[in-house]
Design a protein around this ligand. Structure first.
Ligand code: ATR
Length: 275
């Protein structure tokens, strides 16, 4: 059996097992299995050794372990730049990060071209780092807006982006092409909140990408939709970061539609928290 899985703490709400196992089933890959394992941060080192000893092919890594695993694997250039590992390949003992490619692949799938475009990213956590890295690599002009401005400055330095950190007020006075919410603001159960204050207008004709996928249509998306913006929710990024890990482990092209359906089915059966 080829074993893969996801580690996190807690892990019970993770949609990754349903997504990957559906893909294995659809492709007849009966010798592959994806499990979820709750691993507290203080035993990460020992746990990684055990997964390796038990011949796991690889792991996904989620909150709060994405940084904790870094001392115990060789980070590739992407994981180093983002400062977090979300996917491990034990055959090479390499840690990478598929959030950036998941995000960029989903933008491309929706026909959003960012090369040479000005993109405002809200947030400076792990999700924002992945977005800013991917956008900068693709030739976008990135503006980072964060509640804590020092974190935005730090992010730009770390991912070596030539972008700028601005306040919300400064950014809202500019023209730009794409707005990305990479904060957790608006996520269920606080779905009445929005990272873009209601009184701030949107530049006309922009695309708004909300990485939040619970609820499927956030307050930010509803407001932007109401004034004619293109709106995209975060479920595609979740699927495509998983698809990138699947490709890495198996060498097989994953069935995106099957993975998407498994995630949407999982979400419709859940209410609640991040995962
Ligand atoms: P993740 O890894 O999912 O990105 P994170 O590292 O905790 O999570 O980052 C959360 C982001 O959401 C941060 O940018 C955070 O802003 P701060 O850096 O100022 O903490 C932002 N965020 C969370 N709650 C917020 C709120 N109520 N208002 C504004 N920003 C918020």
């Amino acid at each position: 059996m080829n074993k893969v899985g996801v580690i996190g703490w807690p892990i019970e709400h993770s949609l990754s097992p349903a997504m990957h196992n559906a893909a294995f089933a659809a492709l007849g890959m009966t010798d592959w299995q994806y499990d979820k394992m709750a691993i507290p941060p203080d035993i990460v080192r020992q746990s990684l050794k055990e997964f390796r000893d038990h011949n796991f092919i690889g792991l996904n890594v989620t909150v709060p372990l994405k940084q904790a695993v870094m001392p115990f694997v060789k980070s590739d250039a992407v994981a180093k730049a983002i400062g977090a590992v979300n996917t491990i390949d034990f055959r090479k003992n390499v840690g990478t990060n598929t959030d950036a490619s998941g995000f960029m692949d989903d933008l491309a799938a929706h026909g959003v071209d960012v090369a040479g475009k000005r993109v405002v990213v809200l947030g400076a956590g792990g999700a924002a780092r992945a977005a800013v890295y991917g956008l900068s690599q693709a030739g976008a002009e990135v503006i980072v807006v964060n509640r804590t401005p020092e974190r935005a400055e730090r992010l730009l330095q770390d991912v070596q982006s030539s972008g700028r950190a601005l306040s919300l007020e400064e950014a809202s006075g500019l023209s730009f092409d794409v707005l990305v919410n990479a904060t957790s603001v608006g996520m269920s159960p606080k779905a009445d909140e929005s990272p873009w204050p209601d009184e701030l207008p949107f530049p006309q004709g922009i695309a708004v990408y909300d990485m939040v996928y619970r609820p499927a249509k956030t307050r930010l998306m509803m407001r932007a939709d109401g004034v004619g913006c293109r709106v995209i929710g975060g479920v595609g990024m979740l699927v495509r970061q998983g698809a990138a890990a699947f490709r890495l482990w198996t060498g097989v092209e994953p069935p995106i539609d099957v993975m998407m359906k498994a995630v949407l089915d999982g979400l419709s059966g859940q209410t609640g928290t991040k995962g």
